[in-house]
Design a protein. Structure first.
Length: 432
């Protein structure tokens, strides 16, 4: 019996791009690089309009501890520094770079770190590389690896679950960047003091499991987990692999664990020792409105329109989603750029517009919620702006996986209600 967590759902997988090897995407004529594409403070620009930059050059520096450096994804000229759109509808500062014709895909600027003796050396090197969590959260990796004094970490969990439908980028990374993942995981474990390394992979990626198993030595354990959504959520994977429950409002460190996405671990090995910056990432571009679905190594700052033009967009496209269909966000503006946190782009033909009905108190949402919340109650409270009651019923523990909305027979947009309630709570905190 494969390990798993309580509750959850089994949406159709649609992982037809799993057999597509990683292909490098060509540079667009102009790339738009946001300064705030990570959790924390936006980076501070180091370049001026009209300045020549080379691929890999640091063009913006972390402005606080919880921030991330930004590097030029292409050799070219800074055409402007201004405001860029975001999926949330607001704008962030960003740097537009006009690509140099025939620019090399190699990083031309780097700061090698030949001696990395201490954890602090590694932390600084990771910070300079601009690596963030590539599983979607985009939390600066150097912050995540900073273990507070008095806290002991015994296990590093490397997340290869990739439970979202359609997305197969991590699957391909496990097949093609196998040794980078294993070496990167060992480096992370050394920095955080973890004695055990576990790589968790869903059973629908058995080829990746076998490949890693054959390549790993005794320092890394490769484990299969049951195919279930949202198995790739940190708390769910920790429960499945270690039978530990992260407390409400808590973090994996509270139970002695740090979790890293497989692509994040690979990037640490591929970039940090060489002093390179994160200028590209592997993501899945798929959906029935894509002519050449697959997994692509995409320069950060490539617009969604340019990415879709590269793979071929069918005229039947009805909507475009950033990320997967469960936790991703439908967008209307194709000038949005690919960021470090973009795990996928979906172009879908079939419209899924459904009329919303009244809640029938069926309880299906309660049965599937992986955090054992009461989604129907939270939805009702969110509608009327009952902020105190939402907090009392642990809205903060909801990570917006979408299980509740998926099974709701009344098609209530529960996740959207929660997101708006959380946004309102943050606004009230700022005003207060």
């Amino acid at each position: 019996m494969l390990a798993t967590f309580r509750h959850g759902i089994h949406p159709p997988s649609h992982k037809t791009a799993a057999g597509s090897a990683i292909k490098r995407m060509a540079f667009a004529e102009e790339l738009s690089v946001p300064l705030g594409q990570h959790i924390g403070s936006p980076a501070r620009p180091l370049v001026r309009e009209g300045e020549q930059v080379v691929r890999g050059q640091m063009i913006a520096e972390a402005d606080s501890f919880v921030s991330a450096c930004i590097h030029a994804p292409v050799t070219g000229t800074v055409s402007s520094i201004g405001w860029l759109p975001t999926p949330q509808g607001n704008r962030v500062r960003g740097i537009r770079i006009k690509s140099e014709r025939g620019a090399s895909q190699d990083q031309m600027a780097f700061e090698p770190h030949p001696i990395l003796d201490s954890g602090e050396d590694w932390m600084r090197a990771v910070s300079r590389s601009g690596i963030v969590g590539l599983g979607g959260a985009a939390f600066p990796t150097h912050v995540k690896l900073k273990v507070p004094k008095g806290r002991q970490i015994d296990t590093l969990v490397v997340n290869g679950a990739e439970c979202e439908p359609y997305l197969t980028a991590d699957h391909r990374v496990m097949l093609e960047w196998t040794q980078d993942i294993l070496n990167g995981a060992k480096r992370i474990a050394t920095v955080i003091g973890a004695k055990k390394i576990l790589v968790g992979i869903e059973a629908n990626k058995f080829d990746a499991f076998q490949h890693l198993k054959e390549s790993a030595d005794g320092d890394v354990a490769i484990e299969l987990v049951k195919v279930k959504y949202p198995q790739g959520a940190e708390k769910m994977l920790i429960h499945a692999l270690l039978d530990r429950k992260v407390p409400a409002g808590g973090l994996p460190m509270d139970v002695g664990v740090v979790v890293s996405n497989v692509q994040t671990a690979a990037m640490i090995e591929r970039l940090v020792v060489k002093g390179l910056g994160l200028v590209e990432r592997v993501l899945t571009i798929a959906g029935d409105a894509v002519e050449r679905p697959g997994n692509y190594l995409v320069p950060i700052g490539t617009t969604i329109r340019d990415a879709l033009d590269f793979v071929g967009l069918k005229s039947t496209c009805d909507r475009v989603v950033l990320g997967g269909p469960m936790m991703g966000q439908a967008i209307a503006d194709l000038s949005l750029p690919v960021t470090k946190g973009t795990g996928g782009i979906l172009a879908l033909s079939q419209s899924h517009h459904r009329s919303v009905q009244a809640c029938i108190r069926c309880g299906h949402c309660i049965e599937v919620c992986p955090m054992s919340l009461n989604p129907a109650l939270l939805g009702r409270l969110a509608r009327v702006g009952a902020h105190k009651e939402l907090a009392q019923n642990n809205l903060k523990d909801c990570f917006e996986c979408g299980c509740c909305a998926f099974v709701c027979p009344s098609h209530i947009p529960l996740v959207q209600l929660y997101r708006q309630a959380k946004l309102n709570a943050r606004k009230r905190a700022v005003v207060g």
